[in-house]
Design a protein around this ligand. Structure first.
Ligand SMILES: *Cc1c(COP(=O)(O)O)cnc(C)c1O
Length: 223
């Protein structure tokens, strides 16, 4: 078996204090998650509703599950009973559905707003203008069952480290703007989720608080 424990230790050693690791376990079996769990890892991220449900049912209950992928509104009801954080909220419609479903089960779900800063046209996420508009609109302030905890983004999938760094820096500065304008008195708004296996060393230099790392821990995914 791929040495998950050793790779996890290497990643953890490379992270500065205060940066939390979300171990992205999509497409990897429960045994590999348990190997990471036995090393002390408790936050895992998945991007498919069915896969995360099955893993949540069979694995220890003190695991904190994050949904990291694009989430269709009709799938929200299946994950709200147990999910801790939904990382990639990219519309008011999705936010409303999370509020509605979470209120039905009496839970509060932590969410991040997903930014689209990368150049690729295929990626999901809010432009900075869309994000400001969603926050200006103010409907989120009435929501009792969602807590907006910060921003999430993916950098472009390119080799150019300067471009990647510039995208993280844009996100970090935008975070400051949003924090000052809408969340100055809200300590819960503190997360900057950026950095994956190939770019997390750059992300942490640009104030990431949460990295989402799969391949560097679990090895290549077999789809
Ligand atoms: C799959 C995925 C990751 C992890 O990617 P790796 O390159 O394997 O570290 C991080 N974030 C999101 C949104 C993902 O879908």
């Amino acid at each position: 078996m791929y040495d998950v424990k050793q790779h996890l230790r290497q990643v953890c050693d490379a992270l500065p204090q205060g940066v939390r690791l979300v171990a992205i376990s999509k497409y990897h079996p429960a045994e590999e998650i348990m190997a990471a769990y036995d090393e002390g890892q408790r936050i895992f991220g998945e991007s498919h509703e069915q896969e995360i449900r099955l893993k949540h049912e069979s694995l220890p209950k003190d695991i904190e599950w994050h949904f990291i992928g694009h989430l269709q509104t009709n799938k929200v009801k299946y994950i709200v009973p147990y999910i801790t954080m939904i990382e990639a909220v990219d519309s008011l419609r999705l936010l409303r559905e999370i509020e509605k479903q979470a209120s039905k089960v009496g839970r509060t779900i932590k969410v991040l707003l997903e930014l689209h800063i990368a150049e690729e046209a295929t990626k999901y996420g809010l432009t900075t203008a869309d994000c400001l508009q969603l926050l200006d609109d103010g409907e989120w302030r009435q929501m009792q069952h969602v807590q907006i905890c910060g921003l999430m983004m993916m950098a472009s999938n390119v080799d150019d480290e300067e471009q990647i760094a510039a995208e993280f820096e844009t996100a970090a500065r935008f975070f400051d703007e949003v924090k000052a304008r809408y969340f100055a008195d809200d300590d819960a708004f503190c997360e900057r989720s950026w950095g994956m296996s190939d770019d997390y060393p750059i992300a942490v230099r640009h104030r990431s608080t949460m990295v989402r790392i799969g391949t560097a821990i679990f090895g290549p995914r077999v789809y």
